[in-house]
Ligand binder design. Structure first.
Ligand code: FES
Length: 117
């Protein structure tokens, strides 16, 4: 797990103040890799590189709080390891019950993988 350092950049997009956080170097996040990033004590992001496309979602399952970064990945769906709820990484929608996890935009810039929060 990575904690956020001081290399964050603030930017304005669509009228909202968004923060861009650097997750890591592109070369350190190869296809098939996952990474958990701690934003605060109670907030984490799970990042996945699937076939060269990055997806970032809130790490905690809304059911009982399991870390989704440790779930079972099938294509672009992550299945929670504890009770099997499934989430589409593209939308954050739960495919099992009427729930959702937050998704975050991921950008690759200058060899760095960044998430907008
Ligand atoms: S904690 Fe994820 S399905 Fe129960």
């Amino acid at each position: 797990m990575q904690s956020i350092g001081t290399d964050n950049i603030d930017s304005k997009e669509a009228g909202n103040l968004l923060r861009t956080i650097v997750i890591g170097r592109l070369e350190d996040l190869p296809v098939g890799s996952r990474k958990t990033v701690e934003l605060t004590k109670e907030r984490e992001i799970a990042l996945y590189n699937i076939d060269g496309e990055f997806y970032a979602i809130e790490n905690y399952c809304p059911h009982k709080g399991a870390p989704l970064s440790e779930g079972i990945l099938c294509d672009r769906v992550i299945e929670c390891d504890w009770h099997g709820w499934q989430f589409d990484l593209r939308s954050g929608e739960c495919l099992t019950v009427r729930e959702k996890v937050e998704t975050y935009e991921v950008i690759v810039e200058d060899g760095l993988v960044k998430v907008m929060i």
